[in-house]
Unconditional design. Structure first.
Length: 354
């Protein structure tokens, strides 16, 4: 009798623990209907960083654009441009305890109804299915933008070549820590939980991974939060080195990934093949009523789902939240050196450097 009672208690504890988890999986709802509704009802965004220069205005002499690319100083465009509005597609979804906004803004001059814009589902059930961490759900596909990556600034202008012909150009300023601004456009996810707990998002990051960034940003002070990343590259090309039988696929074996001081993915020593997409679970701690941005910054990025737990599912508390001073920017949003004097923005806060 005592043994039966113990088993009943264990079953009750298991049910209670599983009841705490809420899962959003785009494959379990009519996501295509949401995509179509979102595209049919675009939101107009306006920001001081959204600037356009008409084709009749020659911003640069031929060839001088190269200097601006090297320095990152595009003030010549800002000085001659006018404020513009951009169309954005915002999908609102989520679970009982977590609201999710998926935002997609194009980074080209396409019209709002262009087939190049909006959201789309991608991926497959094979080597791109996110699985492999015990106790975590499997996500088989991911939601991504057709066009655009996370950014803060948007400058568009016409460049004139040596024959005087016009060429349309777009300058995108990727989001980086310390810039002092919330993501203004591009593709990103905004989570708003109603309870304290932990969010684990399934993500896809496009290939050329050694140059790709990943951020979870606190919406209150724009600080970058510590995360735990567990995942594998497309078709499990790096993590699994064993043999499989004829007709069998490689098992999904997730390893833990880390980020450097610039929030770029860190590869194991000696690994030179980064030309594969990453599929990973990203876990971070959340507080009720706060906002959290999940974005790739400088890359094509997608979300395959997320789940919410009131208890820590990935031992995120073991991830050190080291304070690293981020890049320094002046009030115009231009990156400056340590020797710069005056009011600057660093780690999301205004600081006076003397």
């Amino acid at each position: 009798m005592k043994k039966i009672f113990t088993l009943i208690c264990m079953a009750f504890v298991t049910l209670s623990a599983s009841a705490q988890r809420e899962i959003w999986d785009p494959n379990t709802e009519d996501i295509q209907a949401l995509i179509e509704t979102t595209k049919a009802n675009p939101t107009t965004l306006s920001d001081d960083n959204f600037v356009s220069v008409s084709a009749s205005t020659q911003v640069f002499e031929v060839g001088t654009r190269d200097a601006c690319q090297k320095s990152g100083d595009w003030s010549a465009i800002i000085a001659k441009g006018t404020k513009i509005q951009l169309k954005s597609w915002i999908m609102e979804t989520g679970t009982t305890s977590v609201k999710l906004k998926v935002v997609s803004t194009p980074d080209s001059g396409d019209a709002a109804d262009s087939p190049n814009n909006g959201l789309q589902m991608a991926g497959n059930d094979g080597g791109q299915a996110l699985k492999g961490v015990e106790g975590f759900p499997t996500f088989t596909k991911y939601l991504k933008a057709k066009n655009g990556s996370g950014g803060t600034g948007y400058l568009e202008f016409y460049e004139y070549n040596s024959e005087g012909s016009e060429t349309f150009r777009v300058v995108e300023t990727p989001w980086v820590k310390g810039c002092g601004k919330a993501p203004a456009k591009g593709f990103y996810c905004l989570f708003t939980p109603s309870k304290d707990g932990y969010i684990t998002a399934g993500i896809w990051i496009n290939k050329d991974l050694k140059n790709k960034t990943l951020y979870v940003v606190d919406g209150a002070d724009l600080s970058v939060l510590p995360v735990k990343i567990q995942g594998f590259r497309n078709n499990n090309t790096y993590e699994f080195h064993g043999e499989v039988g004829e007709g069998e696929s490689k098992p999904a074996t997730c390893i833990e990934w880390t980020l450097d001081e610039n929030n770029k993915l860190v590869f194991p020593e000696g690994d030179t093949n980064s030309n594969q997409a990453l599929f990973a679970y990203v876990t971070w701690q959340v507080k009720a009523g706060a906002n959290y941005y999940l974005l790739g910054g400088n890359n094509s990025f997608g979300i395959s789902g997320f789940f919410f737990d009131e208890t820590d599912p990935a031992n995120i508390t073991s991830v050190a939240a080291e304070k690293v001073d981020g890049p320094i920017y002046n009030l115009a949003g231009q990156r400056v050196s340590e020797s710069y004097k005056g009011v600057v923005i660093q780690n999301g806060k205004k600081v006076v450097k003397k």
